[in-house]
Design a protein around this ligand. Structure first.
Ligand SMILES: [Zn+2]
Length: 341
């Protein structure tokens, strides 16, 4: 199975507070204001065009879904020296703001899971091997009052390895949706924050569905730039979702559940692919704005399962059963739930 674009690993990381560990006193963790609060930082080997691609896409995500408060988006290139310099800039900022000690911050850049050098290596390896690979993540930050993002080299914006810029746009929308989820949670302790994100299939599935559907609407309206920078045309929403359904059908027999609550193992991809379909299904049934207008505003008070029941009129277990019967339908029936723009 060939994907139209490189597999993107987009995780929500939950870090324990480090450094000073002090929580900000304000109730609104992220200091949300009705304006674009995104700041983009790039390594010195990232071109202006790539930076512009990241910045303009984030601006459209903010315009579409509202500000989620202070947000820092750090983009690594393929060059290790440039990555080290960017991490120094990051650490200078953390120390100045009292978020981390210099020692903790400098150590963090070597973290295998989300350290700056791990993101630099993904881009460097892709360029060296010619095999497209990209990763971006919402790596916590709530303990410091902002959304902390890191991204490897956006190959599509950079015009590398026949990778579509449209794929990078989807990734950025996906990532920004995680900040929407995070901003709706008022608890400051990490176990509660983690719980209120819901199971992995929902946290990732809603990021997938919201990114795919919103980007499609914005391309169709001409608000979001089309990059058209690969020989193969960028597939439309129906084609992209069909790809995901093929993966679901291939994997479902090997996996205990079609909607997994895990980032680990062979079946974790289903959290993204069938999670994306599951949330698209919910949006078709309850309205395109159901997550923004009904579900997320209730999470802080009712918790994840409570908000799910209140919004969708069934428990998440009942929904999973219903969704399993949907996955049994022929593809021609399934694609009917997707919006037309
Ligand atoms: Zn994600």
């Amino acid at each position: 199975m060939v994907l139209f674009w490189s597999i993107v690993v987009t995780l929500v990381m939950f870090q324990d507070p480090s450094g000073t560990g002090e929580l900000k006193p304000s109730d609104d963790i992220f200091g949300i204001q009705p304006k674009n609060q995104v700041e983009v930082f790039v390594a010195s080997d990232i071109s202006e065009e790539v930076k512009e691609g990241v910045t303009e896409t984030l601006a459209l995500a903010v315009q579409s879904w509202g500000s989620t408060g202070r947000l820092e988006y750090w983009v690594l290139g393929a060059d290790r020296e440039a990555a080290l310099k960017l991490s120094e800039q990051f650490c200078k900022r953390r120390v100045e703001r009292g978020d981390m000690t210099l020692r903790d911050c400098m150590r963090d850049r070597f973290n295998k899971n989300h350290g700056f050098l791990s993101y630099q290596k993904i881009g460097a390896d892709a360029v060296a091997t010619g095999r497209p690979s990209m990763s971006a993540g919402h790596n916590g930050g709530s303990e410091w009052g902002f959304h902390r993002y890191s991204s490897s080299l956006p190959l599509g914006f950079a015009g590398l390895l026949e990778t579509a810029g449209e794929g990078d746009q989807i990734t950025i929308f996906h990532e920004y949706w995680h900040s929407v989820q995070q901003a709706s949670i008022k608890a400051k302790d990490h176990p509660t924050r983690r719980k209120q994100m819901g199971p992995v299939w929902f946290a990732e599935g809603s990021a997938v569905a919201m990114a795919e559907i919103t980007a499609e609407r914005l391309w169709e309206s001409g608000k979001l730039r089309k990059w058209n920078n690969t020989t193969r045309p960028w597939p439309n929403l129906k084609q992209r979702m069909t790809d995901k359904m093929r993966i679901i059908q291939q994997k479902r027999d090997q996996c205990d559940t079609i909607l997994p609550d895990t980032y680990e193992g062979e079946c974790a991809q289903l959290a993204y692919e069938s999670g994306g379909w599951a949330v698209a299904y919910l949006m078709n049934k309850h309205g395109a704005n159901v997550l923004l207008e009904s579900f997320h505003p209730q999470v802080a008070e009712l918790g994840w399962e409570g908000a799910f029941r209140e919004t969708f009129g069934q428990s998440s277990q009942e929904f999973i059963k219903e969704f399993e019967t949907f996955v049994d339908l022929p593809l021609v029936e399934q694609v009917k739930i997707l919006p037309n723009f």
